[in-house]
Design a protein around this ligand. Structure first.
Ligand code: GDP
Ligand code: IMO
Ligand code: MG
Length: 440
């Protein structure tokens, strides 16, 4: 048994989709444990770009079972749209290979409206969310108003819950000048969605425990990233779920003993979508060049991503917090565009050196990054597949990165295609044992 957790070590969009797609052949099950259709995981399938939002990226492999855990917030409309989009690409999604937890929360039509009210009320301090209703749905979960997937299958329960919710939400809508919502149409729509969803609904915790007991292996696919984690990210500029390693157990109903190893997906520079502190941000032409070459536009909302230099303080923090065993380094090829490369190894704050990532946004906004500068390597590594052929300049940068974040790099992604990968089998053997042989 070797169950691998794959998660983002920055502010999301590190290339998790591509790496999950590459690793999937070594696992029987791919499970998401948090988030919702705010995620956008890009995979190239036969040269065609496919973006997964709610469904695990493993779905593109016809022999894999995919799981949506209780830690997610599920929009049934987004779920069926994604299935239709996949069918149009020739990917068959049968309920036998896509399970949705009975206790996952359901995004209701009032959630995006509440999100709009919240964002507008923040004025200049808006979070810049994906407007998918993610935050308000998690709020309802914590406030114990939430509607869960199993409730959709029980019309009487569903009716009562919608009535109770709307009694409160409509008063908020009224106060902010939004039209109130009626119970009837929502009930009819969600009853019908519940009937359509029924074949997919399962007790995910029981399913996974049984599969693991019988020797099957699970790849846990994180969404978002460590710095967007509700507790450990750059609060309040975060998402509303637990993207870090702890989220796996609560989000799937699994013991921590079932996570055998952790792979941290790390971009060779930094990007962020939405508002919030970003110490190494480049607001100049260099940032714009990285954005252009790296095609840094949100896979979900199409918004331009803010770009900046690699931040080893942040990634070292993510590695410690999640117990990252190995890093998968993505998009170093994008840096070849530049005349020199910089990477931050520490912050300076009020004249002192700071090596630990601070939790207070007002500190993070004021820190000054301390940089090390590297020359651009003399040969392109774009689409490189062989470690021994990498240029010395890149290897120097790689060694520095490993030493500074105190974690080994086990995989280097060098382009968008599945094959554009350098897989260091010996490193993976240490965490996956013989399974590493299936890959690369
Ligand atoms: P995710 O949310 O972590 O799955 O990442 P996204 O899919 O949102 O963003 C990553 C983007 O980078 C996608 O457009 C990928 O196709 C692309 N990408 C992934 N790895 C590489 C790489 O090594 N080099 C280049 N140039 N692009 C990559
Ligand atoms: P993947 O899985 C990058 C950001 C939003 C916003 C904040 C809160 O593709 O890496 P939300 O709608 O979740 O309440 O928005 O989180 N955000 C992401 N940024 N990648 C993502 O997912 C993100 N999901 C949410 O831009 O700043
Ligand atoms: Mg993304």
């Amino acid at each position: 048994m070797a169950n691998l957790l794959v998660l983002g070590t920055q502010w999301g969009d590190e290339g998790k989709g591509k790496v999950v797609d590459f690793l999937a052949p070594a696992f029987e099950i791919i499970a998401r444990y948090q988030g919702g259709h705010n995620a956008g995981h890009t995979v190239y399938l036969g040269g065609k770009k496919v973006v997964l939002h709610l469904i695990p990226s493993g779905i593109l492999h016809p022999d894999k079972v995919c799981v949506i855990g209780n830690g997610l917030v599920v929009s049934p409309q987004a779920f069926f749209k994604e299935i239709d989009d996949l069918k149009a690409l020739g990917v068959e999604v049968r309920p036998e290979r896509l399970l949705v937890s009975r206790t996952a929360q359901v995004i209701m039509p009032y959630h995006p409206v509440l999100e709009k009210i919240a964002e507008q009320s923040r004025g200049g301090k808006m979070i810049g969310t994906t407007c998918r209703g993610i935050g308000p749905c998690y709020e309802d979960k914590a406030a114990r108003w939430g509607i869960r997937v199993a409730d959709l299958l029980e019309p009487e329960v569903l009716k009562e819950k919608i009535e109770d919710s709307l009694a409160v939400k409509n008063r908020i809508f009224e106060a902010f000048g939004y039209p109130s919502l009626a119970v009837g149409p929502i009930l009819d729509e969600y009853k019908a969605l519940g009937e359509k969803l029924a074949p997919y609904v399962a007790d995910v915790s029981v399913f996974l425990a049984g599969q693991i007991r019988s020797g099957k292996s699970v790849l846990f696919e994180g969404a978002q990233g460590t710095l967007l984690d509700l507790d450990h990210g750059t609060y309040p500029f975060v998402t509303s779920s637990s993207c870090t390693a702890g989220g796996v157990c609560t989000g799937l109903g699994l013991s921590p003993k079932e996570v055998s190893a952790v792979l941290g997906i790390t971009k060779a520079y930094t990007t962020r979508v939405g508002s919030g502190p970003f110490p190494t941000e480049l607001k100049d032409e260099t940032g714009a060049r990285i954005a252009r070459k790296g095609d840094e536009f949100g896979a979900t909302t199409g918004r331009p991503r803010r770009c900046g230099w690699f931040d080893a303080v942040a990634v070292r923090y993510a590695c410690r917090l999640n117990g990252v065993d190995l890093i998968a380094l993505t998009k170093p090829d994008v840096l070849e565009e530049l005349t020199e490369i910089r990477a931050c190894h520490a912050y300076r704050y009020k004249g002192s050196i700071m090596k630990d990532f601070p939790s207070e946004p007002w500190i993070l906004e004021k820190v000054e990054p301390e940089y090390r500068t590297f020359p651009v390597w003399d040969r392109s590594i774009h689409r490189a597949r062989d470690f021994s052929a990498l240029p010395a300049g890149f290897l120097d940068y790689l060694k520095w990165l490993e030493d500074t974040v105190e974690t080994r790099v086990g995989l280097i992604s060098t382009g968008v295609d599945r094959e554009d990968i350098i897989f260091r089998r010996d490193e993976f053997k240490k965490i996956l044992g013989e399974k590493a042989r299936v890959l690369g």
